[in-house]
Design a protein around this ligand. Sequence first.
Ligand SMILES: [Zn+2]
Ligand SMILES: [Zn+2]
Length: 196
Amino acid sequence: MADNDDLLSCPACDRHMVKVYVKDANCNVDICLNGCGGIWFDNQELKRMDEQHENIDEILELIGNKEFNEVADVKRMCPVCGTPMVKNFVSAKHEIQIDECYNCGGKFMDRGELVAMRNQYATDAERERDVYRLVEQSFGATFKAQDAELKKGRPSAMNQCFKSFMDLFIEEAVCTQDHELALNKKAIRHINRNGY
Ligand SMILES: [Zn+2]
Ligand SMILES: [Zn+2]
């Protein structure tokens, strides 16, 4: 979904959000300037601002020293399409959770989360490497056993299933930057398809 022109109500505190044009990202974000300080990103916008070298001075100037209201971290509805949003960690570090709308692709970050996310890794590539590292730690031994069996040329049907499952899992984990969610979704689909 493209950058929307509608005035949005903050999904955390219901105040009107203010559109702020971020020049280097060439899009508007919606900031809850008179309420909680949360920021709304339409689909793909966050990707243009989540690395340290990406200039977001327009946002930092507005929220830098301002006092904002506290809000509860409860389930929230998408301010664009009304779909209940899902809370996801932004990286394998599991420190920052944001709200995501799977319908329109929008994302909401509470006050302070954008800066904290940018400080976690210098680049998206580093962030992705950390996801791989986590997968390797969690499933490395299984992968090695798997490879050994494949090399012998007689992989079992179950192992082949597992391999394709893990390929999909890694792909999605990197895309969504949330390995737990990816695992759950793939596991459910796998069970639905194969009955185990
Ligand atoms: Zn708010
Ligand atoms: Zn939405």
